[in-house]
Design a protein around this ligand. Structure first.
Ligand code: ZN
Length: 281
């Protein structure tokens, strides 16, 4: 039986049109349905939605939603709601939804504008400089973690890549810190000058550059990196968004045995697509 009237069997057309609760809702909203039989309700409804203005369509949605809400309140909560009250609640919720949508729209445009300014793609270093991107890969529950590094020149060309895998369960911060440390060691091995190091962990970059934060597990790594960086005026460490660090991210995921490393003199296949799309900047 229909829980709202207890008169008829509850089926879709009854609940939304035939029931006296439904017809009261429609008329309270100022909408009179003019079909002869209830079977004509679906095409009538679709026709209205197609041809009426936005306000009327909103009203139709409000009535349908209100009826459904009142029906569920009765069935699941045992509460009786009058047609006026259910429509009032809908009006309030629609207003709240519209406000939320407006806020989201404003937020989205701000973010989009910011993204466009920032340019989400990797950018080559200034003339005569190299750029090393470094990233770590930590998988929850794994007993090892990896770091990946890629060096490119001022024309975006792949110079060298390296990835390493270490034993141990670490936090992302620890792994990222290790990545920067390994990057600095590698640069010294290669005897490379004029390098900008990019890392997408803001925490690591801030801790190394400012030395203000104290981290128990990685404090000594930060200190080590700060000393090395301090002794090289031609090196710098910057924070970048993940999107700009994609190549190092992939490099960290290239297969590597635990406690081993790979050096790549040409880019591994996994990196080719990102490398060429970065280069096309
Ligand atoms: Zn009914």
């Amino acid at each position: 039986m229909c829980p709202l009237c207890n008169v008829d069997v509850e089926h879709l057309l009854h609940v939304f049109f035939d029931c006296r609760f439904a017809s009261e809702c429609w008329s309270k909203a100022g909408l009179v349905y003019d079909m002869q039989r209830v079977e004509e309700a679906p095409p009538w409804l679709l026709d209205r939605i197609k041809n009426e203005n936005f306000e009327t369509c909103e009203l139709i949605a409000k009535v349908l939603w209100g009826i459904w809400f009142a029906r569920n309140q009765k069935v699941w909560e045992g509460k009786n709601i009058t047609p006026s009250v259910t429509l009032e609640i809908r009006t309030k919720q629609i207003k709240e939804w519209q406000e939320a949508k407006k806020r989201k729209y404003v937020l989205n445009t701000v973010i989009r504008r910011y993204d466009r300014q920032e340019d989400m793609k990797w950018s080559p270093p200034s003339r005569g400089y190299f750029k090393l991107n470094v990233d770590a890969s930590v998988v929850m529950g794994d007993s090892s973690y990896a770091v990946g590094m890629v060096i490119r020149d001022d024309r975006g060309r792949f110079v060298q890549g390296k990835n390493m895998r270490f034993l141990g369960m670490v936090t992302v911060l620890e792994a990222e810190a290790r990545g920067v440390q390994e990057a600095l060691k590698w640069l010294e091995e290669l005897n490379l000058r004029n390098v900008t190091i990019e890392c997408d962990s803001e925490g690591v970059v801030k801790a190394v550059n400012n030395g203000t934060q104290y981290y128990l597990e990685v404090g000594h790594v930060f200190d080590w990196c700060r000393v090395r960086l301090g002794s090289r005026v031609d090196f710098s460490l910057c924070h970048v968004k993940k999107q700009k660090n994609q190549l190092a991210h992939l490099m960290a995921r290239v297969q590597c045995l635990v406690n081993c490393y790979n050096v790549f003199l040409s880019p591994p296949e996994l990196l080719l697509e990102t490398l060429s799309s970065d280069y096309s900047v």
